[in-house]
Write a protein that binds this ligand. Structure first.
Ligand code: SF4
Length: 717
């Protein structure tokens, strides 16, 4: 890239900023640079030393005593009561102020930002200790704290610019800490952070590339506002006599020395240092506000009309700036303050949060699990999977005892109402749980050919390192809400580079670029758009980018969680075609999580119907949809709307409380066919009907063999 092109690219964010931001930043920068210039070249600019007494030429002997002199050609801003040239003092004061601002904000930044990042991301005891400490400092009146620290430093070391700067810096550490920590807490829950983790990014990469760069977006504003505040604090310290010791030039001290001049009509001794303070504070504030708009492309997008976006979308829905929507549901968010570090999924088969022994003993034996391609070694094998969350009332098991097999190239639809456990199951398949998540059971990913890293692996017991190496390489999770799954601050090419390099660190940049362009081209994204930001794409294109990210390394397994939600029907059809092609051409096992039965009918070989954390019916799509055997599936089918629908139907009631689920069949309270026996036993999956169809299973005691007291149909015969 030529120097000219590089310059144009660097200047692009500024050109794309709003007119107001451009004006703010130009004015603020000019003012601030003016002070930097004055502070740097001050000694050569000033006609006198700031501490040089100005002797009255008419009274040489007595002139050893200074006198106040009005502004004149000799003294542009006059002289002060101490006989110093005010212009020289203002210039000298600028130098002191700039040094204090730089050193103090650097101290606050270097201490406050890393601590805030660590506390927010790690959480737990470290977070509580740091928050308590910072809150204790923060509750202290800042000026009083600055005075105490300046006094202590002055006693311990020596009063001077360094002590004043350190005092001011320590006062602002809690502010950086609080802002960065709170922002980290929020950003680490963002879908694109979860997306990065799902693609196998290392924890250090997640913190430094995804969390840090989003969190530091707020730092320029805090920096400049605190820098402006630091100027005021320094002046206050000087005014009260605790700042830089005299006769060093300092604006606050000079104003304090001149307070008695005001009543005697001497205006110049207070006015010029005051104007200097106001100008510098204003300049720094304007720079901060303007920078924030320029640096943050998301804010920039919000300030632009669609027509001003570079490379306007060529298809799909209208561009939409991603907001602050969160991926995890309410239950997950409530657990955000859990002391466990992110992703610390408990994977145990017993323990305080594990299933009570009595309850486990009462679980029914499961029926044999078969896939549509029986006889083929499954790419994914799930046994007795339980997925839960810690809550103040005890563990909530969102998935409770699920068995699944998925063959290579097979597509399995997971359907059910909101809250039935579909999304929890899909996340648990990659052990990608939020803080406080619990996973027990077995999830086995089959071997992928030979070679290290491709062997069969048990995901529930896998280490973080193993999980990272699997995610995004051998198995991918494609989320819903594509608007929020891509980091708004990273170009699409950077997302791909991060994902590919996490698993293939030795690949050259050219090869990474080639893989990126190939994967995007498959999704119909032209190579000219590879370096665009996510907000420059339509919703449909972003979803295709997410899919391309998920398959760029040719995984064995793709889990698509509502991949077409919020997309229009044309884009939805494109995405479904791409998924079908993927299965056909690359033999990828696909788990499609959706509430849309039409999508399942179109895309999947088999379907599993979930209710209250359990699979209540499973089988070939055609069989289940044409002859549903479980009353809940029958209700779901009756609730779908078609051209023939003349009357709307819904399933009455609501799902049970999963923290304290009812005994027996969980659908009993809503089931039109409920019997006394239904509340006494937990039905097991069995082949329904007199002429059972291979792989068709339902958990309802209306069918022989579902009551744990009955033998399985096969055993009966
Ligand atoms: S077991 Fe009973 S309550 Fe449950 S679905 Fe069957 S008939 Fe209804």
């Amino acid at each position: 890239m030529s120097a000219r092109a590089r310059l144009a690219r660097t200047a692009a964010p500024f050109r794309a900023a709003t007119r107001t931001a451009q004006v703010l930043i130009v004015i603020g920068t000019l003012i601030t640079l003016g002070f930097v210039f004055v502070a740097t070249l001050g000694p050569t600019l000033a006609p006198f030393e700031p501490t040089q007494y100005q002797v009255d030429p008419e009274e040489p002997e007595a002139g050893q005593l200074p006198r106040l002199e009005e502004p004149s050609s000799d003294h542009l801003m006059g002289t002060n009561r101490d006989g110093f040239d005010v212009f020289a003092r203002v210039i000298g004061g600028a130098r002191v102020a700039m040094i204090v601002v730089l050193v103090s904000t650097l101290i606050a930044l270097l201490v406050g930002v890393p601590l805030g990042l660590l506390a927010g991301y790690r959480g737990g005891r470290l977070d509580r200790i740091l928050v308590t400490t910072m809150d204790a400092i923060y509750t202290f009146p800042s000026l009083l704290l600055a005075i105490v620290v300046a006094f202590l430093f002055g006693e311990l070391f020596a009063p001077g610019v360094a002590s004043a700067a350190s005092a001011v810096g320590i006062v602002y550490i809690p502010q950086y800490f609080r802002v960065v920590r709170n922002h980290t807490l929020s950003v680490k829950q963002e879908p694109f952070v979860e997306g990065a983790r799902s693609l196998g990014a290392k924890e250090r990469t997640v913190i430094t590339r995804y969390v840090f760069f989003n969190v530091v977006q707020s730092v320029p504003v805090i920096f400049t506002l605190n820098a402006a505040d630091a100027v005021l604090t320094l002046a206050s310290l000087g005014f009260l006599g605790y700042g830089v010791p005299p006769p060093a030039p300092e604006w606050g001290f000079d104003i304090q020395q001149a307070t008695q001049d005001i009543t005697s009509g001497v205006w110049w001794t207070t006015m010029w240092p005051g104007v200097a303070i106001i100008l510098l504070v204003t300049g720094l504030t304007l720079v901060g506000e303007g920078l924030n708009d320029v640096i943050n492309p998301l804010l920039r997008a919000r300030g632009l009309s669609g027509t001003k976006l570079r490379g306007a979308p060529v298809g799909g829905s209208a561009p939409e700036a991603s907001g602050s929507r969160r991926g995890p549901d309410v239950a997950e968010r409530d657990l955000a303050d859990d002391p466990d570090p992110p992703g610390a999924t408990t994977s145990t088969s017993s323990g305080p949060d594990g299933p009570p022994p009595a309850a486990r003993d009462s679980l029914p034996p499961t029926a044999p699990v078969r896939s549509a391609t029986a006889g083929v070694e499954p790419v994914l094998k799930v046994r007795d999977l339980r997925v839960g969350y810690r809550t103040p009332r005890g563990p909530l098991w969102a998935v409770d005892g699920v068995d699944l097999d998925l063959a290579p190239g097979e597509a399995l639809g997971l359907v059910g109402e909101s809250g039935c456990g579909k999304s929890s199951l899909s996340r648990a398949l990659l052990n990608l749980m939020p803080p406080g998540g619990l996973v027990t059971g077995q999830i086995t990913l089959a071997a992928r050919g030979d070679g290290p890293g491709n062997e069969e692996i048990e995901l529930v017991d896998a280490s973080r390192r193993q999980l990272r190496s699997i995610r995004g390489d051998r198995a991918s999770l494609v989320f819903q809400e594509p608007m929020t799954r891509l980091d708004p601050l990273m170009r699409v090419s950077t997302h791909f580079r991060e994902a590919i390099k996490a698993h293939r660190p030795d690949l050259s940049s050219d090869r990474v670029r080639e893989l990126t362009e190939t994967a995007l081209a498959k999704m119909g994204i032209p190579r000219t758009r590879v370096d665009n930001y996510p907000h420059e794409f339509s919703g449909g294109m972003r979803q295709r980018i997410m899919l391309a990210l998920g398959i760029v390394l040719q995984p064995q397994l793709v889990i698509a969680d509502e991949p077409t939600t919020s997309l229009d029907v044309i884009v939805e059809a494109q995405i479904l075609d791409i998924l079908a092609e993927l299965r056909r051409d690359a033999d990828v096992g696909l788990v499609m999580v959706t509430h849309n039965l039409g999508i399942v009918a179109e895309t999947c070989d088999r379907v599993a119907v979930m209710y209250a954390g359990k699979i209540v019916e499973m089988g070939p799509v055609e069989q289940v949809f044409n002859a549903p055997a479980h009353p809940y599936t029958q209700g779901l089918m009756a609730s779908t709307i078609s051209l023939e629908t003349t009357e709307l139907h819904s399933i009455g009631g609501s799902p049970p409380d999963l923290i304290d689920p009812p005994g027996g069949c969980r659908f009993a309270a809503r089931c039109p066919a409920v019997m006394d026996r239904c509340t006494e036993v937990i039905p097991r999956l069995t082949q329904p009907g007199d002429t059972p169809v291979d792989d068709h299973l339902a958990a309802c005691i209306l069918h022989p063999g579902a009551d744990p007291a009955d033998p399985f149909p096969a055993e009966r015969s």
